[in-house]
Design a protein. Structure first.
Length: 106
């Protein structure tokens, strides 16, 4: 299922209508996988989504975050902004284990 950049007009309804037709609205959310925008006094106030679709959205966000971090790391590497692995490990160990140096075996 692709990402929907634009809200379909059929996915907008008043909060009152959503309450009145809650069972049917929830069935539609599950069937289509699309969120619904609920309005109060004509203004968009809440987005409602089925749990499965929401979990997929969270997974996509997490994947996008990892890709951004990877792209940043690649750019830093190409710009010469990297450290020797032993120095990096020493820093991590000192920060998280409370020791200044790790024991190296060569």
């Amino acid at each position: 299922m692709g990402v929907h950049a634009v809200v379909d007009l059929s996915d907008i309804q008043s909060f009152t209508e959503f309450q009145r037709t809650a069972r049917d609205s929830i069935k539609r959310l599950k069937k289509t996988g699309r969120p619904a925008v609920l309005t109060i006094n004509g203004q968009a106030e809440v987005v409602v989504q089925d749990a499965k679709s929401y979990q997929r959205l969270l997974a996509r966000v997490e994947e996008a975050d990892r890709l951004l971090a990877l792209r940043r790391s690649i750019a830093e590497y190409r710009a010469g902004q990297f450290r020797d692995i032993d120095d990096a490990l020493d820093t991590l160990e000192a920060r998280h284990a409370g020791t200044a140096q790790r024991t190296r075996t060569k």
